[in-house]
Ligand binder design. Structure first.
Ligand code: NAD
Length: 541
């Protein structure tokens, strides 16, 4: 059995990482060293080897980025530029992602430990999404100075002498703080709409796996985003906290855990600045007994094991009707025990989890870091001690099964008869762990689905469309999938808004609503002259 060695997989990626953008902060349009010259390591999850040492920015570097953003905001050229023109620059950044997918996918494979193939697919999605955001520039321009409408309510329009229009202004300086599981996708989903809307933005990627996000600085420089409009400051939690605390930051858009989300909300409260929070989940997979069993197995596996279970919308609670529970669990166990481990994600070009595609998830990746690995093993040990039933998995795999690599692997795990009030049912685990309960009636299925504080996504599987619709409409989650086949599970489209109910978040991303999150709605009431006259004069101003 060959061990994965640095020579046969990491060297090439590390060559890419010698580029300036992966070794410096991007502030004020320039690549600069952190003021204190500090660095932080990132590791290859499949072996635990150091992948790269990247710059560790601190509160002082955040201060520099804010200073540059303030200058750009005061200058006003960016905010006053037609959104169409800003959108064109974002489209060129998206094109840049597309042109560099090979390199970026290799970097994400090494940084996150996800199969190269899956990283490349996801990055293609980020490029497409960027084009969508860019194209919304023209839509935003068309929304400026539009007459107020009644919204269909009683009372109609304001009096004719009110010449009142709506505008959507940028918010100001926005802090963008991102997670590591789909690093560039998560970050660009913030950067692109924030910039199209005319804000100045500072990105703080995750310290666990944020290398691909640093490339956004280079792309911004390449396409000519003006100095100070966009900065990238890598660093730890304190660096994120410094960004949130700054009085100059008028909005924070955050993707990460619900715990950090509460801290960000608290830190934003004294200045009453806005927050958009995309947080954790514990999504339900509700399976009725009229579902095709093979489809149920495929969909549950995909929902739980995609990206190693490290996906906010991972369907980690299986709620299955009594009549098929034994059959479904037996089949699932069979699949969970046979899925091979992804020993070298960097070179894994054929297999990869099948989110957004047809077919079974066919490989299990390592967890992203030693600390995440330990957190999940501790969780599993506590579950054992609490008497939770382990149907399969629950341990580190046999070293021979993972090529003696030293990587952060955990067996795909199924926990059964999980009590509703246990941590295994209530807490996000963020790994390949499925918790199972059964139900008898439709009403019980809905109660089970809604039995956590989260509400990010959920799926109902049935061959009865009316039942699927009834249940979908009662589930409290920002994105619900009602299906007889499971096809397209976890798929996202840039035009379809998503977000969380309850502890899964505040606000919505994607769609036109996702762009509006980065704007302030403003009414302007003209009197004594017409809007047309005002426009005519403002063009000469
Ligand atoms: P995390 O909360 O630990 O960290 C996320 C980011 O916040 C990092 O950049 C980190 O440095 C920063 N941070 C930490 N403490 C901070 C503080 N006090 N102030 C400011 N910034 C701070 O989350 P994670 O482990 O990186 O990501 C996993 C979590 O993200 C999971 O809970 C997952 O469900 C969630 N997630 C949600 C979505 C979504 O769209 N809802 C998408 C991806 C991931």
């Amino acid at each position: 059995m060959t061990n994965i060695t640095k020579t046969n997989s990491l060297d090439k990626v590390q060559e890419h990482l010698t580029a300036e953008c992966f070794n410096k902060l991007f502030i004020g349009g320039q690549f600069v060293d952190p003021i204190d010259g500090q660095k932080m390591p990132t590791y290859y999850p499949a072996t635990g080897e150091i992948l790269h040492e990247l710059p560790k920015g601190n509160a002082n570097d955040i201060g520099s980025a804010i200073h540059a953003a303030e200058a750009a905001w005061l200058d006003g050229a960016w905010a006053n530029m037609p959104a169409l023109a800003r959108g064109k620059l974002i489209m060129r950044m998206a094109q840049g992602i597309e042109e560099h997918i090979e390199v970026l996918a290799a970097i994400e494979a090494a940084d996150v430990g996800k199969p190269f193939r899956q990283a490349a697919l996801a990055l293609g999605g980020a490029a497409n999404e960027g084009k969508y955001w860019g194209s919304l520039g023209a839509v935003l321009d068309a929304e400026q100075d539009t007459p107020v409408n009644s919204g269909g309510g009683v009372g109609g329009l304001p009096p004719a002498e009110w010449d009142v229009v709506y505008r959507r202004d940028p918010i100001g300086i926005v802090g963008l703080i991102s997670a590591w599981n789909y690093p560039l996708n998560v970050a660009f989903r913030k950067v692109a709409p924030a910039l199209v809307a005319g804000n100045c933005a500072i990105l703080k990627p995750s310290e666990i796996a944020g290398l691909s996000c640093m490339f956004l600085g280079k792309l911004a420089q390449d396409v000519g985003i003006p100095e100070g409009v966009f900065s990238v400051v890598t660093g730890g939690r304190e660096t994120g906290a410094a960004l949130v605390a700054s009085p100059s930051v008028s909005m924070v858009s955050f993707t990460g855990s619900s715990l950090t989300g509460t801290k960000i909300m608290e830190a934003s409260a004294p200045k009453l600045s806005q927050v958009a929070l995309e947080l954790g989940g514990k999504s339900a997979m509700v399976v009725f007994e009229d579902t095709d069993i093979d489809r149920a197995v495929e969909t549950t596996t995909k929902g739980c094991l995609t990206n190693g279970g490290q996906i906010c919308t991972a369907h980690t609670r299986l709620i299955v009707q009594e009549g098929i529970i034994d059959h479904l669990l037996k089949e699932l166990k069979n699949v969970f025990e046979k899925i091979p481990y992804c020993r070298d994600p960097i070179t894994e070009r054929e297999r990869g989890d099948r989110a957004w595609e047809a077919g079974m998830t066919d490989v299990v990746q390592p967890l992203v870091s030693a600390s995440q690995h330990k957190k999940i093993l501790d969780f599993l040990n506590e579950a054992k001690a609490a008497g939770i039933e382990f149907y399969t998995g629950g341990r580190v795999p046999d070293p021979a099964d993972v090529g003696n690599s030293g990587g952060y692997f955990i067996q795909p795990t199924i926990l059964t008869n999980v009590p509703r009030d246990s941590d295994a049912w209530q807490k996000e685990i963020f790994g390949p762990v499925l918790s199972v309960r059964s139900f008898s009636s439709e009403a019980e299925a809905i109660t089970e689905a809604n039995s956590t504080a989260f509400g990010l996504a959920s799926t109902v599987m049935s061959s009865d469309p009316a039942k699927a619709m009834r249940v979908a409409n009662r589930i409290r989650a920002g994105a619900v999938f009602a299906t007889s086949t499971g096809e397209g599970l976890l798929a996202e489209h840039p035009a379809v808004s998503r977000g969380g109910f309850g502890c899964s978040g505040v606000g919505r991303e994607l769609g036109i609503g996702g762009l509006h999150e980065y704007t302030e709605l403003k009414s302007v009431n003209y009197s004594g002259f017409s809007i047309a006259e005002a426009k005519e004069n403002s063009n000469h101003g």
